[in-house]
Design a protein around this ligand. Structure first.
Ligand SMILES: [Ca+2]
Length: 145
């Protein structure tokens, strides 16, 4: 994707992340997680400075409603490096993809009970837009009930 310099913010050129609708802030903590839809793309921005503070993490929540497999994919612009973590409703870490430096991450967890889960996308470097997509596949036993 092509970026162009839109304006400067604190001496840093602000790249215009074309096509990425900003996530809803505040969402820097689990308690502020933005609800998103399963099976749909949600876009966000990380690494930009607002009110002298750089945005370094975004939290999202999904509600599966059944037992099954939850997969989460995040694809960011090359200018943004990210990590990805999946948490349960109590804030316990279920899966993480944090090694190395990359712009795309995937985590998956099987045999998850029905419930609310949290997704944390965090900046490890740079700035830019990203797309997060949670996909839920109900367990065969759950689908037939
Ligand atoms: Ca944020």
């Amino acid at each position: 994707m092509r970026n162009r310099v839109r304006y400067w913010c604190g001496g840093i050129p602000w790249l215009d992340p074309v096509g990425y609708t900003p996530d809803r802030e505040p969402n820097d903590r689990r308690e502020e997680a933005q609800p998103i839809r399963l099976g749909a793309d949600t876009t966000g921005l990380l690494g930009y400075v607002s009110r002298n503070e750089r945005d370094t993490e975004d939290w999202f929540r999904v509600d599966t409603g059944a037992e099954g497999v939850l997969s989460v994919s995040v694809a960011a612009q090359e200018s943004l490096r990210i990590t990805l973590r999946l948490f349960d409703a109590e804030g316990r870490s279920l899966r993480a993809s944090t090694g190395g430096s990359t712009s795309s991450r995937d985590v998956e967890r099987t045999e998850l009970p029905a419930g609310v889960y949290f997704i944390r996308v965090a900046r490890s470097g740079g700035q830019g837009g990203y797309t997060v997509r949670p996909v839920f596949t109900p367990a065969p036993s759950a689908a037939s009930r």
